[in-house]
Design a binder for this molecule. Structure first.
Ligand code: PEP
Length: 246
């Protein structure tokens, strides 16, 4: 049985004050009595604030990115060991905004994946096609290539210590959610690509998930939860999505 997982990706949003309010509101709603696992990925400068606020709560912490390097002259980077010090369980790697705005290649994403696991973090690997790629019928080829690049470097067995998020780029922050059938088709393909370890890997969907679309998405056989951007900024909306993952 794969435990459902819902992850908030706050991206570059928040402030000490609004984080604190969100945490208070969410803690009042989410008592940890539920079956689903929940994690929050704030901007790195707020990890200490969230680590403190989440102590003893059934909400895990994650980072939005991690360096492929261990330490040294990498200005602006944050290592996996540093993230571990703040009790991070997850580290997002390969988010499409990093692939697009920071030109991260499949090889760099794979190196980040390996660096995260080396420090005991669980990489949350984002893969997904652009609209042009979908319209050209290349969705499965693109997703398969993104997945293979990581499995080749890390080894297939390492995928069991990771979470995969299928995030069609055209659905991220656009309000366009993939239909449950579109998402399920790609999730089933991802699971098939994982071969013998397929049943042990959680595969999340991400892309404009809202409380109203979550239930149907989570009802799909191969969707184990969600990576949520925009809707995670509102504590009640995020709570409703988490509840839908029960
Ligand atoms: C994301 O950034 O991972 C994401 C899914 O964003 P949104 O929910 O806003 O589309």
């Amino acid at each position: 049985m794969r435990r459902p997982l819902v992850v908030a990706n706050w991206k570059m949003n928040g402030s000490k004050q609004t984080n604190s309010q969100w945490l208070q509101e969410f803690a009042g709603l989410w008592q940890g009595q539920q079956n689903a696992e929940v994690a929050v990925c704030p901007p790195a400068v707020y990890l200490a604030q969230l680590q403190q606020a989440l102590a003893g709560q059934a909400v895990l912490l994650g980072a939005q990115d991690v360096s492929a390097a261990e330490s040294g002259a990498y200005t602006g980077e944050i290592s996996a060991a540093m993230l571990s010090e703040f009790n991070c369980r997850y580290a997002i790697v390969g988010h499409s905004e990093r692939r697009e705005y920071h030109a991260e290649s499949n090889a760099q994403v794979a190196a980040k994946f390996v660096a995260a696991q080396a420090q005991g973090l669980v990489p949350l690997l984002c893969i997904g096609e652009t609209l042009a790629q979908r319209e050209a019928g290349e969705t499965l080829a693109v997703v398969g290539e993104q997945l293979r690049a990581v499995a080749k470097l890390a080894g297939v067995e390492a995928m069991t210590r990771s979470v995969i998020a299928y995030e069609p780029v055209w659905a991220i922050g656009t309000g366009l959610t993939a239909s449950p059938e579109q998402a399920q088709e790609v999730h089933a393909f991802i699971r098939q690509q994982l071969g013998g370890v397929a049943q042990d890997v959680r595969v999340l969907y991400g892309g404009s998930v809202k409380p109203g679309s979550a239930v149907e998405l989570f009802a799909q056989q191969d969707i184990d939860g969600a990576l949520v951007g925009g809707a995670s900024l509102n504590s009640k909306d995020f709570y409703d999505i988490c509840r839908a993952a029960q």
